[in-house]
Design a protein around this ligand. Sequence first.
Ligand code: CA
Length: 226
Amino acid sequence: MKILIVEDEKILRDSLVEGLRLKGYAVDIAADGEDADDKAFCENYDLIILDLNLPKMDGFTVLENFREENLDVPVLILSARDGIDDKVKGLDLGANDYLTKPFHFAELEARVRSLLRRKTVIENTVLSSGALCFDTVTRAVTVAGNPVSLTMKETALLEYLLLHKGRVIKLEELIEHVWDINADTFSNSVRVHMSSLRRKLKAQVGYDPVTNIIGEGYVIREEPKA
Ligand code: CA
């Protein structure tokens, strides 16, 4: 899941980046409204966290542009403006949620999870495929109740496959949603993480639950291949 953080206060921005990366998200940043506008239309974000008081272009204008251009990415406004008028305006302009500063990171993260679930129309906090379960709150992976130890990247790959269960996911799409702008996105590196994930899952599940369809992409399946 890839998130764009639009925030001009460096200290807050850095702490958001660090906190969300530790939770396994791919995170890009924009320090002003114009940069946010550029990145949002170039990259494929799963969620945008948007400050309102920004240099160059304020957050309301940024949001207005998104919606006018039919960019339907979920937007969470994170602002020191706590007046009801600003909240109403933000939501009317098409924000999906509004959180005022100061805030607790745990609450921000819960709202991020909720918005990402809504985006994929999955209400349950636990994603599963056969005996394989992924808890989106604790980010723990289990097979028939037994914990599986995965790296953050492996977990992020698995999460994306589970969220799109039944659909073949192209390698490019995985890169777009699981790696951030600055990451080494050579497809080989993705393949390395993917094969390590498959090896670990296979050891627990008893068969490889991820199928690679040559030339098309990856899909997760509940049953062993016939
Ligand atoms: Ca600001």
